[in-house]
Ligand binder design. Structure first.
Ligand SMILES: C[S@@+](CC[C@H](N)C(=O)[O-])C[C@H]1O[C@@H](n2cnc3c(N)ncnc32)[C@H](O)[C@@H]1O
Length: 439
C-alpha cells in the first residue's frame, strides 16, 4: 500500500490534520522543513505541495465538511481519536475543492482506512459516504453557508460585536481564499511592481499573484525586498522619519519590522524571547544588508541601557488577523487564549512605554482582530497612564485608505478591506496599531 502512488501523501495529510484540529498543534510547525512531521519531511516536493493544498482546503472548509458529514451520515461516527473523520475530510476536500478525480480520492481513503487500526472497522462506511457525496454532490452542497460554517461561533460573535454582522461575514468570506504574496521593498515600489509583474497596494507594498519559490524571484538574493503582508508593513511606517534615531523593535522575530526600521535609517535594537526565531532575524538582516543589535531576552526582565526615541511593540497575540495565511488559527485558538494574551499585552505595554524618551513615540500593534488585543488595550492604557497621549493615524500615512483608520485615529485593517484594486482581488491581514507619544 505504501508504494501506491499518492497514498503516503493522503496518509500524511490526515495525520497532520489530526495533529492540528485534535491536538491544537500549529500547522507551520507540522510543515517545518527541519522539525516538522517526519512523514511530511520525507515526501517528494510535489507530494509536499499536494499535502499543503489538501490541508489548506480541509482547514478553510472545515465547518462545511463537518456539516456535509452530518447530512451524509445517519449517526455520528462513535470513534474517540477522530481518525475516520480526518480520513473523510481529506478525501472530501480533494473531491470538492481540488482538481482530483473522485475515484482516486475515494480509493485512497478506503486504502488508508484499511491499514489504520482505529479506522478499519469503518472502511465500508468511508467508501459508502464518499461515493454518496460523489453521486449527490449538487444536492447536498447546494445550500451550504460557508462563511458562517467555517468560522467558530466565538470568533463570529467577537467580530459581529466589534464590526457588525455584515463586516463579520465579509471577514469570514475573505478567509476562504489564500492571501496574495506581498513584499516590502527598500525603495521604488512602482519599479519593483513592474519588474516582478505585480501591483503597488496599501502604503507602498508590492503584491504578486503568483505561487512558487520566493527565493527565485529577482531582487531576493540582492536583498531588495522581503515578504510581509501589506497591512503588517503599516505599523512601522507610523514611526515616521527615523534617520539617526534610537529605535527598539520589541517582540521582533522573525524580523519584518526590524528590517523596516533599519531600512528607515534607525539605530535598531531588536529584542525577542525566542532564540530560534531570532536566527531568522539575523539571517534576514544579513541578506538585506541591514544592521540591528539583536537580543534574546524576555521583555518582562530585560532593561535597556538608555531610553529610545521610538519603540515598536508587536505584542504576542491570538493572530486572528492572519487566518488567510494560517487557516489553522480558528481551530487551534480559543476565546480563552485571547484573555490570557491580553494580560501579557497589558503588562508588556506598560513596561516598555517607560523606556521612551520624553517626546518619544511608541507604536503598539497586534495581528489580531479582537478588540481585547487592540482598541481595549489602548483605551485602558491611556486611562491609567496620564503621561502619554494618542497621536492619531492619518489615512495619508497608510496609502490613503480611509477605511482602515478609525474615528479615534487607530489603524484597524481587516481581510475584507481594500478588497478590489484595479479589478484584482486583494484584501489585507487584520492588524491593529495605535501611536502614542510620551509627554
Ligand atoms: C507577532 S510576533 C512578532 C512578529 C515580528 N514583529 C515581525 O514583524 O516579524 C510576536 C513575538 O513576540 C515574542 N514574544 C512573546 N513573548 C515575549 C516576551 N515576554 N519577551 C520578548 N518577546 C516575546 C515571540 O517570540 C514572537 O516572536
Amino acid at each position: 500500500m505504501k508504494d501506491k502512488p499518492g497514498f503516503l501523501a493522503r496518509k500524511v495529510a490526515a495525520d497532520i490534520l489530526g495533529n492540528v484540529v485534535h491536538k491544537r498543534r500549529p500547522l507551520d510547525g507540522e510543515l517545518d522543513a527541519n522539525s516538522g512531521h517526519s512523514g511530511f519531511r520525507e515526501l517528494a516536493a510535489n507530494d509536499k505541495g499536494l499535502v499543503r493544498a489538501i490541508l489548506g482546503a480541509c482547514l478553510r472548509h472545515r465547518g462545511e465538511l463537518n456539516e456535509l458529514l452530518d447530512r451524509l451520515l445517519d449517526r455520528r461516527i462513535p470513534e474517540k481519536t477522530g481518525r475516520v473523520t480526518d480520513i473523510l475530510h481529506v478525501a472530501m476536500a480533494q473531491m470538492l475543492y481540488l482538481d482530483i478525480p473522485d475515484r482516486a480520492a475515494v480509493s485512497l481513503a478506503v486504502d488508508h482506512a484499511s491499514v489504520d487500526r482505529r479506522a478499519v472497522p469503518y472502511k465500508g462506511l468511508v467508501n459508502g459516504v464518499l461515493r454518496r457525496l460523489g453521486r449527490e454532490r449538487e444536492d447536498v452542497t447546494g445550500d451550504l453557508d460557508g462563511n458562517r460554517l467555517n468560522t467558530p461561533g466565538w470568533l463570529l460573535d467577537s467580530w459581529t460585536a466589534a464590526y457588525g454582522e455584515d463586516v463579520a461575514l465579509a471577514i469570514a468570506g475573505a478567509h476562504q481564499n489564500e492571501a496574495a504574496l506581498d513584499l516590502t521593498v527598500k525603495d521604488d515600489p512602482a519599479g519593483w511592481a513592474e519588474r516582478l509583474g505585480g501591483v503597488v497596494v496599501g502604503a507602498g507594498s508590492v503584491r504578486l499573484h503568483r505561487k512558487g519559490a520566493v527565493d527565485a524571484l529577482e531582487g531576493f538574493a540582492q536583498g531588495n525586498w522581503w515578504v510581509q503582508d501589506a497591512a503588517a508593513s503599516m505599523p512601522a511606517r507610523l514611526l515616521g522619519d527615523l534617520s539617526g534615531k534610537r529605535a527598539a523593535d520589541l517582540c521582533a522575530a522573525p524580523g519584518g519590522k526590524t528590517a523596516q526600521l533599519a531600512a528607515a535609517g534607525a539605530k535598531v535594537t531588536a529584542v525577542d524571547i525566542s532564540q530560534s526565531r531570532l536566527k531568522r532575524v539575523t539571517e534576514n538582516l544579513a541578506r538585506l544588508g541591514l544592521e540591528a543589535e539583536v537580543i534574546a531576552s524576555d521583555l518582562r526582565e530585560w532593561e535597556p541601557s538608555a531610553p529610545f526615541d521610538a519603540i515598536l511593540l508587536d505584542a504576542p497575540c491570538s493572530a486572528t488577523g492572519t487566518i488567510r495565511r494560517h487557516p489553522d488559527v480558528p481551530w487551534i485558538k480559543q476565546a480563552y487564549d485571547v484573555g490570557v494574551l491580553s494580560e501579557v499585552q497589558s503588562v508588556l505595554l506598560r513596561r516598555v512605554a517607560g523606556w521612551l524618551q520624553p517626546g518619544g513615540t511608541l507604536v503598539y500593534c497586534t495581528c489580531s482582530m479582537e478588540r481585547a488585543e487592540g482598541e481595549d488595550q489602548i483605551a485602558s492604557f491611556l486611562t491609567d497612564q496620564p503621561g502619554f497621549e494618542l497621536v492619531p493615524v492619518l489615512p495619508e500615512e497608510v496609502g490613503g485608505l480611509e477605511a482602515v483608520v478609525t474615528p479615534e485615529g487607530y489603524l484597524r485593517t481587516l481581510p475584507c478591506h481594500a478588497a478590489t484594486i484595479d479589478g484584482v482581488e486583494t484584501g489585507l491581514d487584520g492588524f491593529f496599531a495605535a501611536r502614542i507619544r510620551r509627554l
